[in-house]
Structures are given as structure tokens and as C-alpha cells.
Design a protein around this ligand. Sequence first.
Ligand code: ADP
Ligand code: MG
Length: 593
Amino acid sequence: MGKVIGIDLGTTNSVVAAFTGRRPSVVESFAGERTMPSMVSFLEDGKRAIGHAAMKCQVTNPEHTIYSIKRFMGRRHSEVDREEKLVPYEVVGKPQEFVQVRIGKKLYTPQQVSALILQELKAQAEGFLGEPVDGAVITVPAYFNDAQRQATKDAGEIAGLQVKRIINEPTAAALAYGLDGQESRRIVIFDFGGGTFDLSALEIRGGDFKVIGVHGNTHLGGDDFDQRIIDIVADDYARNHRFDIREHPMALQRLKQAAQHAKVELSQREVANISLPFITVDGNGPKHLDYNLTKERFEAVCSDLFDDTRKACQELIWEAGGLKDVEVVLVGGSTRMPKIQEIACEVFKTDRLNKSLNPDEVVALGAAKLGGVIQGDLHNVNLMDVVSHSMGVETAGGGMSKIVAKNTPIPTSVRRVYSTPSNNQTSVPINVLEGESKEAKENRTLGLFQLKGIRRAPAGVPQIEVEFAIDADGILQVKATDKDTGKSQEIVIQGGSGLERGAKERMRRDTQEQAPKQPERAAGDLRQHAEKVLDDMKDWLEHNGEMMAQRKRIELGTVLTKLQKAVAKNNESAIRTNLKKLDELAKVHKKAG
Ligand code: ADP
Ligand code: MG
């Protein structure tokens, strides 16, 4: 069997890992990156830039650069009011339709955009492993519903992957830590990412994972902290220069990236400097921005975000009926903020935070471990995932009759018998619901179908058996049978994710056909590598430049300028030549130093 990779398809960043040798390892891209921004930029020439390359395009091409697409996966337009306001690209569809994004004249489903990200990750994994990849385990947040899971699976298939399993991110994290052993324990997976804060309390006993509580805030993440920095810097600048950066998309994009950089720096230092030369030009010439942000100030302006973090933790504790002696596992980039770690210790009353694995990588590593099990390289791993939402059918009175309760281990199959509410009824509508409310209308309809051909009989006589089968990916299949006639009808939730089989196949072909061919990919990789070198060298020069002899500095500067020009012109041989020159200069410098 070919390799089965593990993919953490994140809102902000994605990571791919593979089980090689005897353990899971994170795949490094050609440029040495271990995480990839979950971003796709649609360029004017019809090409697309993915990941780090897309991030570079964000400043110049904000409306056509898609990020946070995960927020739109398997969602109807009426469900994404808030998300829509957060992004600069256009989200379309009638209220009850699954959303799409508009790029110029074309519409793309979130599945297609995610597929482009997955396709890139697949290509990187193939480069890293030196062999083709055919299957993948993809992770989703524990709270993802049926439609969101189905959409994720579709995205994998469009990308040309066989999706072997969809597993919950917290389960994957626990698996990466090897918390699947025999010993019984309680853990909290504390996952603070870019856009969401997800908490899961798990009880692990004899290799079974039992979820005892899931809580979080889908509108709290690293981005909110960046926004606070943007606001204080922009306010300060507006006060002094009568220029509001927030009203100028390109300047704002630069500030956004700088703000995030500063936030990351403040996880290690007391002060961060934000410097944006040429932020604007007025009658007196170019204007620069220079701002020093202290950690103290940063934490003060974010105090309500820290309060929200505490609150979500307390709600989890409440939901799980109190949590004592739990092990807290840190996942997600935002858990690197010292204040967040402090809060985790404080609310969970612990001084041990589990952070020996890189919080950016742990979910993908867990998924790869499951990949190892599937490809037959790893044994003795028990994995039990659970249903994330209760599922059932609508009753005659407008109530919801639960068939499968939240947190039931999967796969599972449950049968219930119902009858007709009126005399001589020959068909019954079956409204398949998902959610926790007793009222049908407050839950989400997954699918609606009619069971026809019921023999005429008084109300309450016909026996209709409804079977809910949920597979290991948490995806539901419903079957209704009239026990009298034996007539049955099965539905794979109609348009559960908004994609018919034919449409999915078409998207898969399009995505494959437009995938960059090998030489084109290599050129893209080379350019990306050169861009990274340029960034690093500029950064290095800025901090260490004075220590170099002036002659050397000029020499280095000249090569860098040439490299930059070569990158701008996409001149492959010039990129290679100048990279080589840089390499030689670095060697000489090392020897001299
Ligand atoms: P997601 O799961 O949403 O894709 P990640 O787990 O990759 O997200 O987390 C991304 C977030 O983590 C971003 O907001 C990023 O700024 C933040 N982050 C990464 N490293 C640090 C750090 N050292 N300090 C503070 N925040 C960080
Ligand atoms: Mg994540």
C-alpha cells in the first residue's frame, strides 16, 4: 500500500506529516518550511500561488487571496454572517445555499480552495518521501458537523487523495503524545490557533478515548491579538499624521503582517519594534512608521481577550462536571503566548503543561500516526472517536427525537421504530436533524426525504424503522424501512456538503489538470526558496550588517539586488547564479569570521 499521510488542514496554517521509519515526521518543504499558510492567491495570469507564495501576494492582491477558507467549509450563507465580515474576498450564495467565493468571473466552492491547499501539501509530501502518496488522514475540529466533515472529505478527494479517515484534532493531538496507552487518565487539549480556541476534555482508559467535554470559542484566536496591535498602532499614527492606515488596503496588509510579527516577538521579549518604511507619501515626501510596543501594553490592551480565554476554560470545567488533576496539552501557535500558558495553569490548577511536542505540529503528527496504522506500519494503537453532535429525526409535534447522542463512540449504528401520526397515511416525511435542542427548528436539517408506499392503516399502526449509521469519519447514512412492506429508502444526506458526485468529479479533474507540472513546480520552489533567502538575508543585514566590513557589505548588497531582480523577472538561471554567489560569499564570510 502507498503512503498514507496525515494532514492538519488549519484555518491559518496547515501541516503535513508522514509515518516513516518508526515514527511520524513533519514534512519539510523545499524551502525548509514546516508549516504552510492555508492561503491561495489567484493571480492575473490564471495561475495560483499557494501557501507562503500566496501570503506574499496578499499585500498586492487582497481581494483575490483567500485565507480562513476553513470557516466556510460546509456552511450555508445564512450561517456565516460574522465570518464574511472578516475577509476581504467576496462570499456569494442565497441564504440557504452553501457559500462560494468569487474570483473575477469565476466561482469556487470552499472545497475547491481547500483542495488546492491539500494538493500542494500532497506534492510536498511526495517530494519529501520520494514516492507517490495516495491516501490521507485529515483532521477537523471536534465541533465540526456532518456537512463540514463531508466538505473536508470532498476537498481531499478533489485534491486527488483517498481520504482514509477524518479525525478530530484533539484526538490526533492525544495520539501524537501517545496518550493512547493502557493507563487511565484525564487530559485537556488546549488548542489556541489563529482564528479559534478549541478545548476538549478527554478521558483515556485502556486505549479508548471518551470525550467528556468540548468547549471553545470559534471567534477567538491569534488574529484578534494582531487586530489589537493594528488598532493601537494605527490610532497612534492617525493622531500624529492624520492618516488612517486601516483605510488603505495595502498599507493595512503590511501593518497586519508587522503586527503579527511583533506579537510573536513579544512571546520572547519585553519590547517589539514595528517599523514600516514608506507607509505613505504626502506633500513633504515619504512617511515612515516606527513604533515600540511593550509586552505590558500589549497584555493590557488584550485583557478582555485573556478574560474570554479564562471564561471558555471555566465553561469546559463546568460542562465536564469539574476537572481535577488533568494534564493540559498545548496545541496551536497562540499557546506560545506566555500569558496564555499562565492562564492555562491558573484555571486548570496545574503547574504541568504538556508542551514537549511543537504545538504547531502535534495535530499533523497524530494524524500521521494514524496513517501509520492504516498503512500497516504501526500496531497496538487504539483509537476511538465520537459523534460531535446529536442526530435524530423530527417528530410530528415539531420536536427532535434523538437517535444517536453526542459523544457516542463511532462507528455506530442505531435503529428506532416510529409510526404514522394520521390515519391512512401513505408517505411520511423524514427530516434528519443534527443538534442538541429539543425543538426541531432550532437544530440543523441535514436532509429531508419521503418514505412512500406505506400501506393504508390507522394512525400509529405502520412500523417505520429508521436506522442511523455513522461511519468512522463521523459521516451519517440514514435508512428508513416500512417493516410491513419491507420497502426501504436510504439516503446519503442529500447534498450534505453541497456537492453532487458529478460536480465533485469535475472539480477533481480541473484541479488535477491545472496542477503545476513538475518543471513548473521546481521553478516555483526555487523562486520560493530565493524569496526566503532574500527575506532572511535582509533581516540578517539589518541586525548584523554593521559588524561586516563595508566592502563585504556592498558586495553582498549587490548580489542581493541582482537576486531580487531575477526573482521579479522569474529568471530561473539568474536566480540559480545569484544564489550560488550568495552561498560562496557566505562561505568566505564564515571562514573569515
Ligand atoms: P490554526 O490552527 O488556526 O491554523 P495555528 O495553530 O497555526 O492556527 O496558530 C496560528 C496562530 O498562532 C497565529 O495567530 C500566529 O500569529 C500565532 N502564533 C504563532 N507563533 C506564535 C508565538 N510565538 N507567539 C504568539 N503567537 C504565535
Ligand atoms: Mg489548528
